[in-house]
Design a protein around this ligand. Structure first.
Ligand code: SF4
Length: 306
């Protein structure tokens, strides 16, 4: 996932930072080289992660993104601590105001995790949950270990438990054997789940993977057509969702000076929406209550401090 995920946020190292909580992957998605190059999953001990986060807090960091190929399967076996329990410990660290994580594998997304995120203010209400395809046939060939209905069930559960939440995804089009029906199943899933945003990629062969044994039979121009089609549908959905953000009162974290205007700061909501506000540099690193006044671009807003 790390290979294909593009974080949206511009990192100001003083305010936001990353902590790797685990490495490797046991999933062997058929198109991915990570399990071969990074080896099996290894989770860092809880105390080590806590110490690193405390140090970041001492240095002025306010928001930490926990990293791992599949954070949902984090497990400190000596202390019997799974990912939701790790989060419950990390929210107690003073100075850190927000915690994000990526990336999650849908098969390991538990109700315990959703409940934990719902109950803790510091845990950002944003799930990046790569679906890759809406076709059960292709999901099987990808060795993703879930069906499209299970994926839809999990995203419905997230929205049932957390009322105001952002869900983003990764989609891979043009996987070997993906026919028109398979592709339409992906389109239907995108329309049903209504993601806040989607990162869409064309399949390309990675040597040594299981998928590389399949004939790469979707023509390049067809892959491109499918990619553009999904992007077009997703753009309309994102626009609708973002229109609904206008008027909301939200907490934003001030990340740094805006590149557009010297009297503005760039901030983000816990759903990872960008909001620009007029205020001074002394507010960098602070969480402010803001009313979202208008959309500035398709995925950025202008807000006023209230
Ligand atoms: S979950 Fe799949 S795509 Fe993500 S790193 Fe593991 S094998 Fe690769």
């Amino acid at each position: 996932n790390k290979d294909i995920y593009r974080p949206d946020i511009i990192i100001n190292k003083n305010i936001t930072s990353y902590i790797t909580i685990m490495q490797g992957c046991n999933n062997f998605c058929s198109y991915c080289v990570v399990p071969y190059v990074r080896g099996p999953e290894r989770s860092r001990p809880v105390t080590e992660i806590e110490d690193e986060m405390k140090k970041l807090a001492e240095n002025g960091c306010k928001e930490v993104t926990l990293l791992g190929q599949n954070v949902n399967s984090y497990y400190d076996k000596d202390n019997k601590i799974n990912f939701p329990k790790l989060l419950k410990k990390l929210v107690k660290i003073d100075g850190i105001e927000r915690i994000r994580f990526m990336t999650s594998h849908p098969k390991d997304l538990s109700e315990e995790l959703i409940e934990t995120i719902a109950s803790e203010k510091k845990l950002c209400k944003h799930f990046h949950l790569p679906v890759q395809s809406g076709s059960d046939h292709i999901l099987e060939l990808m060795n993703r270990n879930y069906t499209s209905s299970l994926y839809i069930e999990k995203t419905s559960k997230i929205r049932e438990i957390i009322k105001d939440v952002a869900i983003t995804t990764d989609i891979l089009v043009g996987f070997p054997c993906e026919n028109e029906k398979d592709f339409n199943d992906t389109v239907k899933l995108v329309e049903k789940v209504r993601f806040d945003d989607a990162f869409v990629f064309k399949y390309s062969e990675r040597k040594g993977t299981e998928a590389a044994k399949l004939r790469d039979d979707v023509k390049e121009e067809e892959k491109l057509r499918r990619l553009n089609y999904i992007l077009e549908i997703q753009a309309k959905i994102s626009e609708d969702i973002n229109n609904n953000e206008v008027g909301k009162i939200v907490d934003v974290l001030c990340l740094g000076k805006s590149l557009r205007s010297s009297d503005e700061l760039k901030t983000t909501t816990d759903k990872n929406k960008k909001v620009y506000i007029k205020t001074g540099e002394d507010k960098i690193g602070k969480i402010l209550k803001v009313k979202i006044k208008e959309k500035r671009t398709k995925d950025a807003f202008f807000g006023e401090i209230i």
